[in-house]
Design a binder for this molecule. Structure first.
Ligand code: 4AD
Ligand code: MG
Length: 431
């Protein structure tokens, strides 16, 4: 009886007969030989079926296979220099599970809407598989980075009674008799967790009912949110640049084949090494005005502004010290200049835009009270958050990395919709 294995592990079975559960990805035939492109999720291998060496029924079974038919294939593994994976299989047996008819996604070009309607099948395509593999590797690298540096993983709630990043894009739901909202960010809860555990991070889904149909926006996206007690703005930036370099370099090391499938120019990623350049909001505005942008001090940046700034650099760049008025209520003002806050957005190269938003947080109870009044936030709803400033307040900082924008950048994709298995985009909830 042949041993069962997965395609990723065939290198351990050279010269042996193995049995693999798989799907037919594609097929070529030369009359006397059929070349079966097989995939099992773990990888790809070419199965070679030679008519003269096979019982008639196995040859006929190979001939009957259509795209995405499911089967168990048995055969001998050979090292094969000319093959991309380095191995091939000489087919000896085929057990058909199902012959697939009319598979909707053919090798020809399909429109985006068609592909999105068939996302449950589209993810089987080599490029989509490569993206999801890189995504999984990024998540592994993220967790490894923080776990190895003494951060505790904490899970903030998804159903919340109040907002973190402003009230304009909240998803509303009922929580029995009460009103509730899907979380926009776990940050406020992570601040509480940092006061309990020192250094913490979360990794979870966040939701924004944003009516933005851009290549950078999803309605549901995943965020990594570290929060650190006794850490100031400067140290916050150092953690961020170390973190992003680590993730990029780990993907480069472990996902070469996937990046090649995606046609990614890896020389660009190789340059992503800390430290990253920094530019203040003031200087960014001056630079943009010099470039002919009509943007006054005090206005937030849009995608074209971010891209123009990022184009100057080969690594991500920090834009720091934004005006207090355009940033979130919890950000700490610069003590030397209270009209700007101790914050930074990290802008990815190559036009991928903001991948991190972060800041030092207000730790002074009186200033926090004042901000609540200015932003007309209910002191009752945020009583617990005020308690963090009342009972042993300390300087602290944190940030949020958007996973999907990071995947889009590292994979070199045109749109974030391909960075997650089942994207929730504006007006699309199916499949
Ligand atoms: O800049 P944001 O809104 O920051 C926060 O939510 C902070 N509370 C995080 C923190 O300090 N703990 O979002 C953080 C990141 C952005 O830089 C971006 O990468 C991503 O989340 N992001 C989105 N990604 C995809 N689709 C959207 N609609 C996104 N909105 C933000
Ligand atoms: Mg932001």
């Amino acid at each position: 009886m042949a041993t069962t294995c997965v395609i990723r592990e065939v290198s351990r079975h050279v010269g042996e007969e193995v049995r693999i559960g798989c799907w037919l990805h594609n097929k070529r035939s030369s009359g006397k030989i059929q070349f079966l492109q097989l995939r099992d999720g773990s990888g790809y291998i070419q199965g070679v079926a030679v008519r003269s060496d096979l019982p008639e029924e196995v040859w006929e079974a190979a001939k009957s296979l259509t795209q995405e038919s499911s089967l168990y294939v048995t055969g001998t593994i050979r090292a094969e220099e000319r093959s991309k994976s380095g191995y091939e299989m000489t087919v000896t047996g085929i057990e058909i599970i199902q012959i697939t008819e009319d598979y909707p996604i053919t090798p020809k070009e399909h429109g985006v809407d068609f592909l999105m309607d068939h996302r449950h099948l589209w993810i089987r395509a080599p490029k989509q598989r490569a993206i999801l593999t890189v995504r999984a590797e990024i998540i592994r690298a993220v967790q490894q980075f923080f776990d190895e540096r003494g951060f505790a993983l904490v899970d903030p709630p998804i159903l919340t009674p109040s907002s973190c990043e402003g009230t304009t894009n909240l998803f509303h739901t009922k929580y029995f008799e009460e009103d509730a909202f899907l979380t926009q960010s776990g940050q406020l809860y992570m601040e509480a967790a940092a006061m309990a555990l020192g250094k913490v991070y979360s990794f979870g889904p966040t939701f924004r009912a944003e009516k933005s149909k851009t290549r950078r926006h999803l309605i549901e996206f995943w965020m990594i949110e570290p929060e650190m007690a006794f850490v100031d703005h400067e140290e916050n930036l150092r953690v961020q640049e170390q973190f992003v370099s680590y993730v990029v370099q780990t993907v480069l090391k472990n996902c070469r084949a996937e990046l090649e499938t995606l046609g990614r120019d890896v020389s660009k990623l190789e340059k992503v090494v800390a430290p990253f350049p920094r530019i203040t909001y003031d200087d960014a505005i001056k630079f943009l005005q010099e470039q002919g942008f009509d943007i006054p001090w005090g206005e937030d940046f849009g995608a074209p502004h971010e891209t123009a700034i990022a184009e100057k650099y080969e690594t991500p760049v920090f834009i720091t010290h934004y005006p207090t008025t355009i940033k979130a209520f919890y950000m700490k003002p610069d003590p030397n200049r209270p009209d700007v806050v101790l914050c930074a957005d990290m802008i990815a190269p190559e036009g991928y835009g903001e991948i991190i938003g972060g800041s030092q947080r207000i730790d002074d109870p009186a200033l926090m009270e004042e901000r609540f009044r200015e932003h007309e936030l209910s002191t009752e709803a945020y009583q617990w958050y005020m308690d963090l400033r009342k009972y042993g307040t300390v300087p602290h900082s944190g940030f949020g990395l958007g996973l999907e924008r990071t995947v889009a950048w590292i994979c070199g994709l045109d749109h974030v919709r391909e960075t997650i298995a089942f994207p929730r985009t504006l007006y699309r909830l199916y499949p």
